[in-house]
Design a binder for this molecule. Sequence first.
Ligand code: C2E
Ligand code: CA
Ligand code: CA
Length: 700
Amino acid sequence: MNELGLLECIDSRARRVDAFDCFDIVARTGEHAVFVVMGEEGEYRGLVTGRAAALFPKRIFADLLVQRADPPTPHDLPLGDALREMDRRGVDYLAVGDEDGAFAGVVSRLSIADALMHREQQQRRDLEALLEDYRHELEQKRIAAAVFDSTSEGIMVTDARQRIVQVNPAFERTTGWSREEAVGETPALLHSGVQDPAFYAAMWQSLQQTDAWEGEIWNRRKDGEVYPEWLHINAIRGEDDEIHYFVGVFSDTTRHLEMRERLRYLAYHDALTGLPNRQLFMDRLEQGLRDARRDGKGLAVVFVDLDGFKEINDTRGHAAGDELLRNVADALRSAVREVDSVARFGGDEFTLLLPDCDDTDSVSGVVQRVLEGVNREFALAATGDAVRTSASIGIALFPHDADSAESLLMAADNALYEAKADPHSGYRFFSASGYDRFVERVRLTSELRLAIAEGRITLDWQPQVELGSGRVVGLEALARWQRPDGSFVRPDVFIPLAERSGLIEELGIGVFEQAMREVALLSSEPLACDCDSLSFAVNVSPLQVRPALEGQPDFAAVLSGIARSHHVAVDRIEFELTESALSQSPEELYRVLLQLGTEGGRVAVDDFGTGCSNLATIKRLPIHKLKLDRSLVQDLAEDAADREIATAVVSMARAMDLAVLAEGVETREQADILRELGCDYAQGYLFGRPQPMSVLQQTL
Ligand code: C2E
Ligand code: CA
Ligand code: CA
């Protein structure tokens, strides 16, 4: 600890005064404990204490210095000696001289004590700070040591000559070498021989230039096993800027490598079936095309789509759906040849890549096997029963149909669409006319979207009559689409288009809303017939119905809400659903129909006699009418078989307490036969063509 000098104890309260000043000027200030009296040339003359000055007012300072004062005390006099000197002289102040002996200031017992105390406090603070630093450093060291010991990363410290000086427990665990064995060796202990000398040379160069290196390296454990590790080396330089140590930190990446492999696998495969996914299929297709071009060979892209998978998924649950997809994947795998690949494109859509296929014959063989493998019953563990599936298949050939991956997929998709449109076809090859239809469809769909948005879908109404009396009992709303050029698109064309493009929901609601509006308008008109007894039929597509989203009204609530807002009682509305729609519908549709039924709504089965009806379904639902399809009515007069079917339908309906309406009645003869059979109602050109409400109401 440095000795405190007198200069550091100078008392700031001393006041310099001129020897010939009259001290009463200053005496009044009182607070000055001591006056330093200076001569004419600014030389030190002596000290006068405040007390002495107070005792002799009106004197000049020079008078008070009766004897020549001692020269200033040398500044290097130890403090203890200075205090003793004050004692000896019986004073409380000493003047202090600087190095040259000139006056530098005054010290007092008080200022010395002050300075000592101040110094001591400072020292204590310094000490505490020092201790704090030290503690902190210790802490850091403890943490560092704990990290060193407990980290899962292996740490190896070498000196500048690459001798191992320290390793941690993780190093021992990973490499199998103990600390005792490793220390003193070089890292060559771990060399696997996987990396060549150039690798180590590059590592060394990086360390010399940037003090660091990082990368994957394959090392050998003590037991000989070679493993990958991620290694990070840092050079540690001393104050002399020379490298003193190298610290290598590594983690065994065997696990990471497995993860990486797994991730790579997942990125290219479908998790459910284990089949290659779209991405991998596209890679293979590109590769296949390169090979085919090089070898001058052909190649086929095949789309396989399950029919009615959505219904199976909806009615039997997702577990069953997943199981079925896995079974189909297996069936596809075993149907194709060794050289072919199968992929899951998404949902219930699978793709096949068949190299070496130039012509339709060689593809047909594979496709036939695929159909045999898929068009059958699959037992499902999830539900304990079995489910029948069938597939539709679309095929495109390179180079015949298209010459790029993209256009081949489009062609195959297009062929699939054609196959789907004809449910019994099984598979279709791409055809140019199919392609033209595809282009036309796309164009028409966007036109339809616009027409719906602009409210250009209108309604015609067709009367339904009671055969016995010829009285009009109901009206069926039929959608009409007239294009800006005046031409009409038939509903048989645009309804399926709307169903496939998802526009049907919007279209269906729009039609229903308009129907209710027109019904409300009709009710306000003075009519000849008793309008209050008329029922109003609207066609509903099963695809309009899907489970309501959380917090939103379901389909039944939406429909009855619309009816109510137009003051139309729900019990006057008849919802027409085709027989085929009812026989393969999701549970949700039944729920909606039941819901509408409890509100008084009625359901008619449209196109009855064309599908395979499930009587159990018909019994379950609030169905009150069967609409005998036009195809059965058409030839009634000529065809005895049709007459028999019609007879059977009518008697069955009687038994089930259902009304029967014959569709498409065009001749008086047909009407007579139907009436004799016991058919209650009819609809057809004979009684009235579909017409706008404004025209129709004149005849009512
Ligand atoms: P549908 O429900 O079976 O409608 C009866 C079809 O037969 C109508 O054809 C109608 O114009 C026609 N038709 C009526 N009487 C006769 C007749 O005596 N002879 C002949 N040859 N035909 C007759 P349209 O209007 O072309 O409708 C075709 C189909 O489009 C409808 O068949 C229905 O399934 C569907 N559709 C029409 N409007 C809608 C709608 O708003 N929503 C839904 N989902 N489907 C609709
Ligand atoms: Ca109908
Ligand atoms: Ca019909």
